[in-house]
Design a protein around this ligand. Sequence first.
Ligand code: PAF
Length: 286
Amino acid sequence: MKIIRSPAAMTAWSEGLRRQGVTIGFVPTMGALHDGHRSLIREARLQCDALVVSIFVNPTQFGPQEDLAKYPRPISHDRAICRQEGVDVCFEPTAEAMYPAGFQTTVTVPAIARRWEGEARPHHFSGVATVVTKLFGMVRPHRALFGQKDFQQSVLVQQLVKDLNLGVAIMVRPTVREQDGLAMSSRNIYLSADERHRAVTLYQSLRAGAAVIRTGERNAKTIRLAMAQVVTQQPTISIDYLTVSDPFTLEPVSLVTSKVVLLGAIRLGSVRLIDNLLVAVPHRSS
Ligand code: PAF
């Protein structure tokens, strides 16, 4: 496995392969790789001839009060996973190479970024959109894989690629979960043993929402209540949002008439967790 740190060397490597007709797959990450990343890497390995994983803790997607400084950076462990999974290039640019002095262009996807995570983290999505655009420009992949765990991010990236004609096929892979259902996340390590035990409440709340939809409930307010009831049974957990939304626009719906996404964010002590479930609604034959 090659470790490339310079953006120019990364592009030269990719361009060389593209000229030979090689299909390049790309999994962008911030490192601290877990089984969720592993599933993206494996899928990309199956689908593409050459595979690049980037490891870059992107400062511009962290707010001033967020965890940039303490974000886990277990680089040897990450490289070992990449080697095990047959990654060809681990791309590890420095912050100075990504954002050199004089850097000024940013990318925004305003409507998708407005709600939910965008409300809690106002600059987060322009940081994500900008770094993903830059990484695509450097890696020049044919396909890029993202996890459904960050649902709003995956919708935003698809919109970005479409709007800017970036020519990268985006694949979104299902969330990988711990045995009890907690969505895998690099930030789960911040949970104390007790918080870890209670963290599954978010998934249980989304499942409760999906269950009432399956029994025929179509009123989003009632569905939201069913989700909230699960969380409020745990007095030390606070709800940031629980919503029934359109899976393409992310706008909340008042009535469920077709596929919806249940999105949620909760706070357990100082840790904020997000998760989501897509729920298909069977068509009623009249
Ligand atoms: O999902 C992530 O890990 C990050 O948001 C991404 C896409 C690598 C951009 O920094």
